[in-house]
Ligand binder design. Structure first.
Ligand SMILES: *Cc1c(COP(=O)(O)O)cnc(C)c1O
Length: 420
């Protein structure tokens, strides 16, 4: 097996210079996602002969003498200097995520939004423009619409999946094309190869927010996308107990992002990085269960007489099923559905009647969550605005955890049947 050779660094991406040449980092090149999630980025022998990585609770890092400082600066040695520039636990997680996504490098941030803001700010200048698919996370679009515009960066939105409209929106000022895949809560799927091709043909950078698919289900870098972004708060952390974000891609494109992070300071604490590393150990196992729970519950809902429509890319009825089936290894744990003949109050009765999923925003943790997007995220919008976002009153979003699918199905069944 590849991982019995700790020197193994050949493969598609060039080897990353080891932070400590004596501690051979296992990069996870050429192995499966579970092996990479468990081992990538970790030294074979660790301080204290510990099998787990220590949490270095340190804000600064010391040098034995002045000469070592000069060597560190001149030889660009890989070691820590000051906590805002990085910490050892964060580096381990960055190596894991780079291995999982097939990138040369990943940069970890305090949140998914910090990763998005950091990536865009590192590459955009006044006079340039960003084009979004319109089903992207509303906070990402809000950052561009309300804030980047204050710095002279233009912002356009086109309908999700309309590649011709996106191409038509590209001008000589366009610097970035941004999308999510799958989108939330409609689970639309972007054809990453077509998206990347659009960027390449026009010399424009492409970014996919792959929070919902995770590198277990889809690796957009392999299709030629320049940046893949994750809210690690969701499936990567997986336990609803931390916030983090990451962006992966080529060294050349990510070095400016890392440098800006060192200035902005949106870094993970050593403790948070350790929680994320621990969560990642079971990432692949959890994704298998999220995927199977998603498909089982989506099929159950589609067959239920009270359900008008189910949005899940694994269902043949989903408008993006063909592209999802062709490109993805699984369809994830997010399932959105519409109730027949229900206003928001009637819909809320179903949400309030479930016993296993808790009511709350977010997704990707071991605990299932349920919410009504109109109430949770769009309460302060007018009916016309909600219509334009595709958020009707009778929509319910389920973020399935890793509970047993039979229990989830039984629970949803009793909630639907007891509130008729
Ligand atoms: C949650 C989420 C974000 C934001 O991530 P945070 O970690 O909450 O900052 C961005 N994109 C998607 C798709 C998300 O689900």
């Amino acid at each position: 097996m590849a991982h019995s050779d700790p020197h193994a660094s050949s493969g598609t991406s060039p080897p990353v210079p080891s932070r400590d040449p004596d501690a051979l980092l296992f990069r996870g090149v050429g192995v499966g996602p579970s092996t990479a999630a468990v081992h990538a980025g970790e030294a074979r022998q660790k301080p204290g002969f510990s099998i787990t990585d220590p949490i270095f609770a340190s804000s600064t890092y010391t040098f034995p003498d002045t000469r070592s400082i000069v060597e560190f600066i001149e030889e660009k040695q890989c070691r820590e200097e000051y906590g805002r520039y990085g910490n050892p636990g964060e580096r381990v997680v960055e190596e894991k995520l780079a291995a999982l996504d097939g990138g040369e490098m990943a940069v970890l941030f305090a949140t998914g939004m910090a990763a998005l803001v950091g990536t865009l700010m590192a590459h955009l200048s006044a006079g340039e423009e960003v084009v979004f698919f319109d089903e992207c996370y509303h906070r990402s679009r809000e950052f561009c619409r309300r804030h980047l515009t204050r710095f002279g960066v233009g912002f356009r939105e086109v309908k999700t999946g309309d590649y011709a409209a996106m191409e038509a929106a590209i001008t000589p000022r366009t610097k970035f094309l941004v999308s999510e895949s799958p989108t939330n809560p409609h689970l639309s799927i972007v054809d990453c190869a077509a998206f990347a091709d659009l960027g390449r043909r026009h010399g424009v950078l492409t970014l996919i927010d792959a929070t919902l698919c995770t590198p277990y289900n889809l690796r957009p870098l392999e299709s030629g996308v320049d940046f893949v972004l994750h809210s690690a708060t969701k499936y990567l952390g997986g336990h609803n107990d931390l916030l983090a974000g990451a962006v992966a891609g080529s060294r050349e494109r990510l070095e400016p992002v890392r440098n800006l992070r060192g200035i902005m300071g949106g870094i993970n604490s050593p403790h948070n990085a350790y929680l994320l590393e621990r969560g990642l150990k079971t990432f692949a196992l959890r994704m298998e269960r999220h995927n199977s729970n998603g498909l089982t519950v989506a099929r159950f809902l589609e067959s239920h007489p009270r359900v008008e429509r189910v949005f899940y890319p694994g269902l043949e009825s989903h408008p993006y099923h063909a592209i999802a089936a062709r490109t993805m290894c699984g369809y994830g744990g997010l399932v959105t559905f519409l109730l027949k003949d229900s206003d928001w109050q009637r819909t809320a009765r179903v949400v309030d009647a479930v016993r296993i999923p808790r009511i709350g925003p977010s997704l990707g943790g071991v605990e299932s969550l349920i919410e009504q997007p109109m109430v949770m995220s769009y309460w302060n919008y007018s009916p016309a605005e909600r219509r334009s976002f595709g958020i009707p009153e009778n929509m319910i979003r389920l973020a399935l955890g890793i509970e047993d699918s039979a229990d989830l199905v039984a629970d949803l069944g009793q909630a639907l049947d007891s509130t008729v």
